[in-house]
Design a protein around this ligand. Structure first.
Ligand code: SF4
Length: 306
């Protein structure tokens, strides 16, 4: 027989009531109402514009994306316009944004949206998840930020806030997301999610949280525990791990190859000479990887953007 357990024996997750989580969500939403960061993708509900923003934001800081977003969207205005540019055209316009495989995935996504969904971004989570490069976070972000549904987005910033303030303990992605869903104040899905993303990015930061300015300061479990070491965010799934050094990395070599080809097609020898003649094997490896990812093509004439 399962005996009922008293409150003291409940795990932190089990002890949380929906009411207490909603209160946390409301505090975050009220904090955000005093002023969110201004980004161009926050001024639109166009699902394609939101999708493009979310793909860009997957691996790049928001302020950097903000500088390029409107220009890029002028050319990639709709899925049909993106498809008409061709993969090479999208790659050309991706210059300076890094992680070129995202440009290819965006082009593939535009293709499927035009061919299978009549040129309109699908509205169901299932259909969104069927698109290339659209994982659970991006699908949720489109539902929340374009269709204003009361769902939760769960990324590294949200995971950090939940681990520290709500649980005072590390958590898994499944549990963290389940808690995030219960924090959304009904009718405030859009504003709450933008607020919690800003809170994690600007106040509850990874290295130096600004607790005196935090709307959760009086209820934060990690703070109440005297910032017990280790930081619960550090062992929480969904929070970011430090990236390896960029200089000398395979990622840098791939980026340099694509950058060189943006100026026009090159023979293999010229491409190696342009990118890094001192490390031919690294350049060749980068090219091979880019071929596998469908970003460049090698022909008898030389190397070209796909
Ligand atoms: S009080 Fe500090 S640690 Fe707790 S959620 Fe706020 S910023 Fe993060």
């Amino acid at each position: 027989m399962n005996l009922p357990r008293n409150a003291a024996s409940l795990t932190p997750t089990e002890a949380l009531t929906t009411r207490s989580l909603r209160l946390v969500g409301r505090s975050i939403d009220a904090w955000g109402a005093r002023g969110l960061r201004e980004f161009p993708w926050r001024a639109t509900r166009d699902p394609w514009a939101i999708l493009v923003a979310e793909v860009l934001l997957q691996q790049t800081q928001a302020p950097r994306i903000a500088e390029r977003y409107e220009d890029l969207l002028r050319d990639l205005k709709t899925p049909a316009a993106t498809l008409a540019l061709g993969k090479g055209g999208v790659l050309l316009r991706w210059s300076g944004l890094g992680y070129n495989s995202r440009a290819v995935r965006l082009f593939n996504t535009a293709t499927i949206i035009v061919e299978r969904f009549g040129g309109e971004v699908p509205t169901s989570r299932e259909d969104l998840l069927s698109l290339p490069g659209i994982g659970p976070y991006t699908a949720a972000a489109i539902e929340v930020f374009a269709f204003e549904r009361d769902r939760a987005v769960y990324d590294t910033n949200v995971a950090r806030v939940i681990a520290r303030a709500v649980l005072g303990a590390p958590t898994t992605a499944v549990k963290g997301w389940e808690i995030a869903e219960r924090m959304v104040p009904p009718g405030h899905g859009w504003s709450y999610n933008q607020s919690v993303l800003d809170l994690g990015a600007t106040i509850c930061t990874s290295r130096r949280p600004l607790c005196e300015q935090c709307p959760l300061a009086t209820r934060c479990r990690w703070r109440q525990a005297g910032y017990r070491d280790p930081d619960p965010a550090r062992r929480t799934a969904g929070t970011s791990r430090p990236q390896g050094a960029f200089k000398g990395s395979a990622r840098q070599a791939r980026g340099n190859v694509v950058e060189a080809l943006r100026g026009g097609d090159l023979s293999m020898e010229d491409l190696i000479a342009t990118v890094d003649p001192s490390n031919e094997s690294r350049v060749r490896q980068a090219i091979e990887g880019l071929v596998v990812d469908g970003i460049v093509v090698v022909t008898s004439e030389g190397v070209t953007l796909a």
